[in-house]
Design a protein around this ligand. Sequence first.
Ligand code: FAD
Length: 406
Amino acid sequence: HFDVVIVGAGHGGAQAAISLRQKKFEGTIAIIGEEPKLPYERPPLSKDYLSGEKAFERILIRPADFWRERNVVILTGQRVVTVDADARTVTTDAAERFSYGRLIWAAGGHARKLSCEGYDLPGVHSLRTSTDVDKMIGELATTTRVAIIGGGYIGLETAAVLAKMGKQVTVLEAQDRVLARVAGEALSRFYEAEHRAHGVEVRLGVQVERIDTSNGRAAGVRLSNGELIAAQMVIVGIGIVPAVAPLLAAGASGGNGVAVDDHGRTSLSDVFAIGDCALHSNIYADGLPIRLESVQNANDLANTVAHAITGDLKPYNAVPWFWSNQYDLRLQTIGLSAGYDTAVTRGDIASRSFSIVYLRQGHVVALDCVNATKDYVQGKALVTGRVRVSAEVISDTDIALKDIQP
Ligand code: FAD
């Protein structure tokens, strides 16, 4: 028995244990994780871990001693397969059963796989875990051409790293622009041009038919128009499937994620959910239920749940933020741009240091800042205050964002 059982040893799971101990929670805590490793940071996987600049020890969320000293038990290499909400137990694929006082579901998601022929051939890679990346790195020496399916942040970051290594990289995107799900058109076009300038071939509006094979390995991506994008390595970055099946089977409400309230509580008694798998109502999305896939959301929801468990209820209202590193470009995003009606460029895109400010009915809802940390820092108050501002004022770089008053 543990007073708190956390399922998932990723960003959210680790932070939940850290926050509970910070709040002087003295009960027993166990984290059960299916990966064989201690909790580590996922963002470097498509950045400086893939490039080899950071070794695994440097991406651990905390060193092993930290968990021992705080009496947090971490059970790695075990997947929770069933939850019994009445008996308050979880059972793992190693046939171990644990009872809980509170259960925190922090299982994130698994990389979505292609559904076409050849999806599981050797040479076809997902990018979600350090094991995925280790496999990829192991094949890089014999790889000259890489096809990346999916022009989202993970696909583009991976393209940047591999292009810098001298690989011939093609990004295949079904939409008519990269980052279509998360960014406005100006930002998409900027990144498209940057990748092309770095030698990456960016193919938009293309449909994958199947993965072609040669000698039992992937040989390239066959498009629906018959064209073959030859590649020894195919990387699939098409999003995640939330890892929630055991919890939904136990009766928790949800579908595309587990539904939680403002305190991270699911519909099951004493069961919470956080991170990528938590379908929560976010005030920056008009209170509509959404899942956010970011370190910010995993950490802040973990804090919210630690508050709820220690009886100090604080509703979730953190402002969303995110970052992405590609080449020498540091993108920092604050707020949620979905639903914007006007995108204003602040600064000169050609200078590679600028911001896109997203407005809805004249109010600031989000900023995408490229090599513009000052705008990112000062823009936060505009987003949290939903400040009303004209396009003329916000695009005037002589006016600092901190000087724009509500
Ligand atoms: P995870 O960190 O995924 O942890 C969940 C853990 O639970 C996993 O280890 C999983 O294997 C395990 N698990 C699943 N099911 C079970 C089960 N049944 N039993 C036991 N264990 C289970 N976010 C940013 O903000 N900025 C970035 O730059 C950024 N870059 C990223 C780059 C990559 C390559 C990836 C993959 C993600 C990136 N993200 C980034 C997203 C960020 O990493 C996630 O939002 C964050 O990890 C979510 O935390 P989580 O705890 O919800 O899930």
